[in-house]
Design a protein around this ligand. Structure first.
Ligand SMILES: [Fe+2]
Ligand SMILES: [Fe+2]
Length: 219
């Protein structure tokens, strides 16, 4: 199949899968854990710094100028998200003294993404799939903030961060339709996408088991 058909099919499959993530409404009741905005925003900082770093690494490795420029923009966007979230945490009274988002090391998802050897795998995993997951998680996070009466955080996510994350996902779809043009490249993309979904799910399960945290915002 051609690249566009391939991407449309993968997109449909991702949507189906991601719909199964529990809706935010169920969270508070189910988790009984720490769903405070500051806890979740600290996790968001780690996600944003990892997303920025991955985009920067991939910019250097990318085979074409358009992709390099797209990744450069993304690295900047994720760094901007980091700063905005940091600012919001300060407003919420968390001064972040001594906090290092990478203090416990990089996530398994980051290490997997860093090891991907080709542009087609990187775009399928990082922009196309990871950003689709982020869009779903952020929608849930926005709901959570709204129900907690925290409209400034909800607005930051709805009006700034989500707009960029959508752009990253769509950029992923555009490049993937060019890069996944034949059976071998499509097989690579499919495998990278599946592993990304698995790792995202493992991370979520782990966070839930260890800290009762569900649906931290993504990037
Ligand atoms: Fe992003
Ligand atoms: Fe982000």
């Amino acid at each position: 199949m051609d690249g566009h058909t391939f991407v449309a099919e993968l997109d449909r499959k991702n949507h189906e899968l991601l719909r199964r993530l529990a809706p935010a409404q169920a969270l508070t009741a189910e988790s009984g854990g720490d769903l405070s905005t500051t806890t979740l925003l600290r996790i968001a900082l780690k996600n944003e710094i990892e997303a920025s770093e991955i985009a920067a690494l991939w910019m250097a490795a990318a085979g074409d100028i358009e992709l390099k420029l797209g990744l450069a923009r993304q690295a900047g966007d994720e760094a901007k998200h980091y700063r905005l979230i940091e600012e919001r945490l300060r407003e919420l009274g968390d001064n972040l003294a001594g906090f290092n988002p990478l203090g416990e090391g990089y996530s398994p998802l980051f290490n997997f993404l860093r090891g991907l050897p080709t542009d087609v795998e990187r775009v399928a995993a990082g922009q196309f799939t990871r950003e689709a997951i982020a869009l779903v998680k952020n929608t849930q996070f926005i709901e959570l903030c709204e129900r907690a009466g925290d409209s400034p955080t909800a607005r930051l996510y709805r009006e700034v961060i989500q707009v960029d994350e959508r752009f990253h996902h769509e950029m992923g779809a555009k490049f993937l339709s060019q890069l996944a043009f034949d059976a071998p490249s499509q097989a690579l993309a499919r495998a990278a996408r599946s592993r990304t979904l698995e790792l995202a799910e493992e991370l979520q399960t782990l966070a839930y088991r260890k800290k009762k945290i569900h649906h931290a915002p993504g990037c």
